[in-house]
Design a protein. Structure first.
Length: 555
């Protein structure tokens, strides 16, 4: 049979036991101190009381007069009993200078010798002592009765030790009652505090809390995703290594305690983190990354904070953009294949009709048209990545009824672009600008998109103009924010392309501007012109880079 091992007491239980013992020890110690102190004070008070009564009786003229009579007892006995009753002492004994009692609470003791010391009083001194007499142990004071300069009698007043102890016991009993009440109140208060502590610690003991903390720290550093915890005032309470990297913020020590608004994040991302409602899989952009943000409020009867998770989908977003381009290329190839089949049927039919010369002319014209488009693009932009992009986008635009034209001012030779300017960023910038322009121009009277790309000095200039309705000047800055779009959301959502363009341009330390174009669309506006300027960091001096670009552009 397995003997169950008792579970260690919870932290709250340990604190309760410790506090209860501490209160009990404090109350017991105070009670003992009070008992000893009260005992001493009671004995001292009894001595002072006995001394005062004895001297008052000795100084009474009636006492001196009664002592001079033939039977002092007859007058002194009723007097002492009355004084004893009113003063609260246990006995008052008046005796002769030799110690023979004239009065006593017990009448049988009258006429007998006083039990105790009377020597100092016989010589005129007042003294107090503890002595055991006929009534038991008592504190007594003996003082002389003077008549002139002669001692004619002695007076002793005393209080029994038992009576003093009874007084102290009564006080201690009351004190213990108060102490018990204080202990009960302390125990109740301790229980309430520890019940609250048990709720906060979920009944765990110190070892369990320490182990949970260790696991907590290890998990935070092991999780690859970003984790951010905000308190009820939207201050950073915790951030893991992934969160610091994804948000581009300094070390945890420099961030914890700061408000989200002080982290220098983009405004849309800051707004999402400050929102009171949950956010689910929202896409936000920082200077270098595309993040998927999820927020969840922490509540326990009241808002306590927010838990934020961050996923880096920069690579995924780039791959999705490439996939969209590939999908567009596929659709264009499918359409071209359909058109090629129609043309091939036409050629075959002309041959079957015996009109071979016309068939050759028709086929040759089609080939010359396709080759002319390719030659035009390659002649203007021989950089392979951009040339391929422009050819694909031209086919896509034609499918949507938009003419995409590479302007005669375009001139980019192969090898001009430095390694520091990755092809992926160029595809992101130019591809999204063309897609945005095609969307704007589609449906206009003269649907056309004009692309210009050339090197100017130490800069690469890419300009995309459309014949759409243009950009409202009030929206000139908003168009580059994630989620902004003047068109209804499609299956994949809108408002991310231009934001990605600005992110890539910022990453390359370039500039991005939008202006009104010269050609109007269906709405009569001048369309929009987006211009991107990227530095060509070739490692040469500005003059050399400018000369190189000019030579290549003129070749």
């Amino acid at each position: 049979m397995r003997i169950p091992v008792p579970r260690p007491r919870s932290l709250a239980g340990q604190l309760f036991a410790m506090q209860a013992v501490l209160i009990a020890v404090v109350v017991a110690g105070y009670a003992l101190f009070t008992y000893v102190s009260d005992q001493h004070q009671a004995e001292d008070a009894a001595r002072r009381q006995a001394t005062a009564v004895a001297r008052s009786v000795a100084d009474s003229p009636s006492v001196r007069e009664a002592i001079g009579t033939a039977d002092p007892t007859a007058r002194l006995e009723p007097y002492t009993l009355q004084v004893q009753k009113h003063t609260g002492v246990d006995f008052i004994t008046i005796m002769s200078p030799e110690g023979i009692r004239w009065t006593h609470p017990v009448r049988s003791q009258i006429g007998k010798r006083f039990l105790g010391h009377i020597g100092p009083a016989q010589h005129g001194d007042t003294f107090t002592e503890r002595h055991t007499g006929t009534l038991g142990a008592s504190w007594r004071t003996v003082t002389p009765v003077w008549k002139g300069n002669r001692v004619i009698g002695l007076v002793s007043a005393g209080i029994r030790v038992e009576a003093i102890s009874q007084r102290v016991q009564d006080q201690v009993t009351a004190l213990l009652g108060v102490a018990a009440g204080a202990l009960a109140l302390g125990a109740i208060g301790t229980y309430v505090v520890n019940a609250r502590l048990r709720r906060h610690t979920h009944g765990m003991n110190a070892a369990e809390l320490s182990r949970m903390h260790d696991y907590h720290e290890a998990a935070l550093h092991a999780v690859r995703e970003g984790l951010l915890m905000l308190d009820g005032q939207f201050r950073v309470a915790l951030i893991n290594d992934g969160g610091q990297e994804l948000l581009g913020v300094p070390s945890e020590e420099g961030v914890v305690g700061k408000s989200v608004a002080e982290l220098g994040l983009p405004a849309p991302l800051t707004g999402a983190l400050l929102a009171s409602e949950p956010r689910v899989d929202e896409v936000h952009l920082t200077a270098d990354r595309v993040l998927v943000v999820n927020t969840s409020p922490v509540s326990g009867g009241e808002r306590r904070g927010t838990v934020v998770t961050l996923r880096d989908v920069t690579e995924l977003q780039s791959l999705m953009g490439e996939l969209d381009s590939e999908r567009g290329f596929t659709q264009a190839l499918r359409s071209q294949a359909h058109e090629a089949a129609n043309r091939l049927h036409t050629v075959v039919s002309l041959i079957e009709l015996g009109r071979a010369e016309e068939a050759v002319d028709f086929a040759t014209a089609e080939l010359e048209l396709a080759q002319a488009l390719t030659d035009q693009v390659v002649a203007a932009v021989s950089e392979p990545v951009l040339a391929a992009l422009l050819l694909g986008k031209t086919a896509q635009a034609n499918e949507r009824g938009v003419e995409l034209v590479v302007s005669e001012d375009s001139r980019l030779d192969d090898g001009l672009l430095p390694p520091s300017l990755p092809a992926r960023d160029l595809v992101t910038i130019l591809g999204n600008l063309i897609d945005n322009a095609v969307d704007a121009a589609q449906g206009s009277i003269s649907a056309r998109v004009t692309v210009t790309a050339y090197a100017e000095g130490t800069e690469l200039v890419m300009r995309v103009a459309d014949t759409g309705t243009g950009v409202d000047p009030a929206h000139a800055e908003l168009v580059f924010q994630r989620g902004f779009s003047t068109k209804p959301a499609g299956p994949g959502g809108r408002g991310l392309g231009l934001a990605l363009v600005r992110q890539a341009v910022t990453r390359q330390e370039g500039t991005l501007t939008v202006a009104e174009g010269a050609e109007g669309g269906a709405g009569g506006a001048g369309g929009a012109v987006f211009e991107v300027r990227l530095p060509l960091d070739t490692g040469a001096s500005p003059a050399e880079a400018s000369g190189r670009a000019t030579v290549r552009g003129d070749a």
